[in-house]
Write a protein that binds this ligand. Structure first.
Ligand SMILES: Nc1ncnc2c1ncn2[C@@H]1O[C@H](COP(=O)(O)OP(=O)(O)OP(=O)(O)O)[C@@H](O)[C@H]1O
Length: 244
């Protein structure tokens, strides 16, 4: 089943077509990478697909129905969690930062505590529970950010360059942890990145976006090793530099 779909979607700003997607679908359980150079339209694509921004033309469908930000129910909105590169944490301790969405839902206290403990443990940040969110390192903050998104048990997780600000060892460690968590939860994921190493590590499917258009989409390994003519110049550069 397709959870999300785009049909004849365009996003135009200042008379420039920034995104032109005739058709796209995200199936249940997909872990799809979206890769492309700077300015290709990755973040715009994510915002349109998560109903944070409306397309200029065309439709975005959630479970087969055309939806807009104002026609999504609160329950549907809750199913779509977004975590961006910059983790904006609140000036409160880590446990409360992770619990914030559950508090808004007026979740039972005992259940909330159990869930917070579970997700802190999953992301190996239990020792930070009492620390203030604004005092954390980038790597710690991103773990809190991801725990805060996943504790809501969303149907779809949108990740926009979640590791971009992290140093290499921190990135590798978090990437491994996230990979295990995605495997365990089977959560449908759109993972935006311009880093082929991250994409190769985490995703099963891959879409290549260049100049606002999807140039190729398929099994991640197939796309990396057999890019078509349009995707090859971008992916080829990576393969020249790294053994993937
Ligand atoms: N609302 C908007 N109005 C005008 N231009 C926009 C708007 N949103 C995005 N853009 C432009 O659209 C292009 C694509 O931006 P987007 O952030 O989606 O790219 P990206 O692939 O995520 O890039 P990066 O890898 O650098 O984050 C950029 O040139 C950006 O300046």
């Amino acid at each position: 089943m397709n959870i999300l779909q785009m049909e004849q979607v365009k996003f135009v700003a200042n008379k420039e077509v920034l995104l032109d997607i005739p058709y796209f679908s995200l199936g249940k359980g997909d872990i799809l990478g979206l890769i492309g150079p700077n300015g290709a339209g990755k973040t715009t694509f994510l915002k349109l697909l998560s109903f944070l921004q409306a397309p200029t033309e065309g439709d975005v469908l959630y479970k087969g129905e055309v939806k807009h930000a104002d026609t999504l129910s609160i329950e549907e909105r809750r199913q779509l969690a977004v975590a961006m590169q910059q983790s904006l944490l609140f000036d409160m301790n880590v446990s409360n930062n992770v619990a914030i969405g559950l508090k808004l839902r007026k979740e039972n206290r005992k259940v909330m505590k159990e869930k917070v403990d579970y997700w802190l443990e999953k992301f190996h940040i239990s020792h930070l529970a009492k620390k203030n969110g604004v005092s954390l390192s980038g790597g710690e903050a991103q773990r809190v950010n991801l725990a805060r998104a996943l504790i809501l048990e969303p149907e779809v997780l949108f990740l926009d360059e979640p590791f971009a600000a992290l140093d290499f060892p921190t990135k590798i460690q978090l990437m491994e942890d996230l990979k295990d968590i995605l495997k365990d939860t089977n959560i449908t994921t759109l993972f935006v990145s311009h880093d082929l190493i991250e994409i190769n590590n985490i995703t099963k499917k891959l879409a290549v976006i260049i100049e606002g258009q999807l140039k190729q989409m398929g099994n991640t390994k197939d796309v990396i090793h057999h890019p078509n003519e349009q995707a090859a110049p971008f992916l080829g550069k990576w393969k020249e530099l790294y053994t993937i």
